[in-house]
Design a protein around this ligand. Structure first.
Ligand code: GAL
Length: 552
C-alpha cells in the first residue's frame, strides 16, 4: 500500500519530469539563484525563475504555484535590506529596551535575513517582512521597570494604557489566562498567552506569554511561538486566540491556537504546542482539523492563494507544509471522519482532569470535542463531538464552571467589530441538548439555536469575549470576564476589557450572568476579595437636553 510519504515522493518525481520537459522545450530562461551569483548588497532586483535545475527539492506544487504567478518572478529587496540595516543598527544597545521589544526585533531580523538570502519568497512576502521590521523598530519601547504600576486592573479600549512591568503595551490579544501555583511559596501565579499584533496586522507575529501574581501587573516572559521563515507552518500564517492549559498528569503546558494560511480562513485548523515550562521553548506538534486521523495525510496542510502577488486572483489550492499539493482537497469537507471538522474561533476548557475544545465549526454553528488525556488532540472515542448553537452564527467562545453549571459567553460573528454578547449554560457538558437556547427558525425552516441570555450592553462594552477566569481563593470564588476591544485600523493597539462577571442563581434552575462597566476594580489574589467601586453612571436619570441645535 502506498503511504502518504510514498505518494509525496512520486509527486516529487513527477514534478522533476515536468521540470525536465520545461527545460527541454526552453519555455523559460534559466538563471542561477541569487545567492549563487551575487553578494547580498550588489543588486537588489533579482530575477528568479521556476526552472532552477540545481534545486532537486523543487516539487510540482512549487511549479504550479510559480507557474501560476507568471513564469518569471522579479523581486526587489532594496527596502528589505534598508530595513534590515536600520534594525541591525539598534542591536548594539538592545538592553535599553523592554524585553518584548528585544525579542520582536531579533525575530524580525532573523526572518528578514532568511528572506534576503532565499530566492523562494514572493514580493508580497518580502514587502510584508519589510513592514514587520519597520513597524517593530517604530514600536520599540525603552525599558521603564515598575513592578507595581497598577493598583487596579487596567481596563480599556487601548493597550497604550495597559503596560507590562517594563512599560511596553501588553501584546496578548485573543488570549487565555490560567492560574497555577508558584512552587516557591504556594501562592497563585497566573499565565496569560495571547497574540502579538505589535506589527499592526492580522497575520502571525508571535504568541506571547506574560505572568502575574496580582492580576494587575503583568511581566512579559517570552514569545513562546515565533514566526519562522524556515518553517512554513509558522510563516505566512494566521494564528489566533491562543489558549493555554496545564496538564498535571505529565507536568506539561499545552498551547492551542486557531491556524490558517494567510489570505483566507479556509484551512480552519488548530495548532498545538507543548512545553514543560510555561514560558519555555514550545515543541510544535503541527496543525490539523479537530477529529483528523493521525495519519500524516490528514495533517499539516493548508489552503493558500494560488498567486499571493496578485491583487485580483483569489483562487486557492491546498498544500502540505512540505510544498506537495493536496490533490483530494474536495474530500476534506466530505470525509470529516478522516479530515476532521473545521475549527475557527475556539476556546479550551478544563474541568478537573478533563478538557474540551469548543469552536466555531463553520459560519453558522459551533462544536464541542473532548480532549485526550495529554490535551494534545481531541479524543473521538471519549465523547462523540456535537454541534451547539446551530445556525446562530456565534464565535469567540469562553467557558467557565460555576457551581454545577457550565457557563459559556460568545459573540455574534462580525469580524473585528463588537456586538451584543450572549451567554448560555448547561449542567452536562456532554449533552448536546443540555444548553439553554432560544430557538427560532430561519427562512429555510431550520432551527436557529441562539444562546439564551444577553451579556453586557449591545457592544459588550466594546469587546469580544476571549476568556473567563475563575479565581478561587480562601473559599471565595470570583469570575473575571476577559474581552478584546479590537481597534481594526491599529490592531496592535487594541485593548483589553476585563470585568467582574456576576453569576447568580446557581442554586436554582436559571442562573443569571451579568456584568457592569467598572474600570477601577481589583481583586486581592491572596485573600480572594473582590473590590468593585460603586461607580455611578453620571448620566443616569438625567434628562437629555439639547441647546438650540448647537453641539454641547
Ligand atoms: C473575528 C474573530 C477574531 C478574528 C477576526 C478577523 O470574528 O473573533 O479572532 O478572526 O474575526 O476578522
Amino acid at each position: 500500500m502506498l503511504t502518504h510519504r510514498h505518494r509525496a515522493l512520486l509527486r516529487v518525481l513527477r514534478g522533476s519530469l515536468f521540470l525536465l520537459s520545461l527545460l527541454t522545450f526552453g519555455w523559460m530562461t534559466v538563471e542561477l539563484p541569487r545567492a549563487a551569483t551575487q553578494g547580498a548588497s550588489q543588486s537588489n532586483t533579482v530575477t528568479t525563475t521556476t526552472s532552477q535545475s540545481s534545486q532537486s527539492s523543487t516539487t510540482d506544487s512549487n511549479l504550479v504555484n510559480q507557474a501560476a504567478s507568471k513564469q518569471t518572478n522579479t523581486v526587489d529587496k532594496t527596502n528589505l535590506e534598508k530595513a534590515l540595516n536600520s534594525a541591525k543598527a539598534l542591536t548594539g544597545h538592545l538592553s535599553d529596551y523592554a524585553t518584548i521589544s528585544q525579542t520582536l526585533l531579533k525575530t524580525a531580523i532573523s526572518n528578514g535575513e532568511i528572506l534576503d538570502k532565499s530566492t523562494k519568497f514572493s514580493q508580497t512576502d518580502i514587502d510584508q517582512q519589510t513592514k514587520v521590521i519597520n513597524t517593530t523598530i517604530d514600536k520599540m519601547v525603552k525599558r521603564n521597570y515598575d513592578a507595581n504600576r497598577y493598583d487596579s486592573v487596567p481596563v480599556g479600549y487601548n493597550n497604550q494604557n495597559q503596560l507590562d512591568t517594563e512599560g511596553a503595551p501588553i501584546q496578548a490579544h485573543g488570549g487565555g489566562v490560567i492560574q497555577t501555583t508558584d512552587p516557591s511559596n504556594g501562592q497563585p501565579i497566573y499565565y496569560w498567552v495571547g497574540e502579538d499584533k505589535s506589527h499592526n496586522n492580522a497575520f502571525f507575529n508571535g504568541i506571547n506569554l506574560y505572568s502575574s501574581k496580582d492580576l494587575k501587573n503583568w511581566t512579559y516572559v517570552n514569545t513562546i511561538l515565533k514566526p519562522d521563515a524556515n518553517n512554513s507552518a509558522l510563516f505566512d500564517v494566521i494564528m489566533e486566540r491562543p489558549k493555554i492549559l496545564y496538564n498535571a498528569k505529565n507536568k506539561q503546558f499545552v498551547v492551542w491556537a486557531h491556524w490558517e494560511r494567510q489570505g483566507n480562513y479556509s484551512s480552519s485548523q488548530v495548532a498545538v504546542a507543548t512545553s514543560s515550562q510555561a514560558g519555555g521553548e514550545y515543541h510544535f506538534l503541527g496543525h490539523w482539523r479537530p477529529g483528523a486521523g493521525t495519519d500524516s495525510k490528514y495533517r499539516n496542510w493548508g489552503v493558500k492563494l494560488l498567486n499571493s502577488d496578485s491583487k485580483t486572483d483569489t483562487q486557492t489550492t491546498a498544500f502540505y507544509d512540505d510544498g506537495t499539493k493536496l490533490n483530494d482537497y474536495q474530500n476534506v469537507t466530505k470525509d470529516t471522519d478522516n479530515w476532521g471538522t473545521p475549527s475557527r474561533d475556539f476556546t479550551l476548557f478544563q474541568d478537573g482532569s478533563d478538557a474540551y475544545i469548543i469552536s466555531t465549526e463553520s459560519g453558522t454553528t459551533m462544536r464541542i470535542y473532548k480532549l485526550n488525556a495529554d490535551y494534545t488532540d481531541v479524543d473521538k472515542t471519549a465523547m462523540k463531538s456535537y454541534e451547539l448553537f446551530t445556525n446562530a452564527r456565534r464565535e469567540a467562545p469562553a467557558v467557565v464552571k460555576a457551581g454545577d453549571y457550565y457557563v459559556i459567553a460568545t459573540s455574534q460573528q462580525s469580524g473585528w467589530s463588537p456586538n451584543q454578547g450572549r451567554y448560555s449554560y448547561t449542567k452536562d457538558i456532554t449533552d448536546p441538548n443540555g444548553w439553554k437556547v432560544t430557538t427560532t427558525q430561519n427562512s429555510a425552516g431550520e432551527d436557529i439555536n441562539t444562546p439564551f441570555g444577553l451579556l453586557g450592553d449591545n457592544s459588550t462594552y466594546h469587546s469580544q469575549p476571549t476568556n473567563i477566569l475563575k479565581v478561587n481563593q480562601n473559599g471565595q470564588t470570583n469570575y473575571i470576564y476577559m474581552g478584546d476591544s479590537w481597534l481594526p485600523s491599529t490592531i496592535g493597539e487594541s485593548g483589553y476589557i476585563w470585568l467582574p462577571l456576576k453569576i447568580s442563581g446557581l442554586e436554582g434552575n436559571s442562573p443569571q450572568v451579568s456584568m457592569d462597566y467598572t474600570p477601577d476594580w481589583s481583586i486581592d489574589t491572596l485573600s480572594g476579595k473582590l473590590d468593585v467601586p460603586n461607580y455611578p453612571l453620571l448620566s443616569k436619570n438625567k434628562p437629555a437636553t439639547s441647546k438650540g441645535g448647537k453641539r454641547c
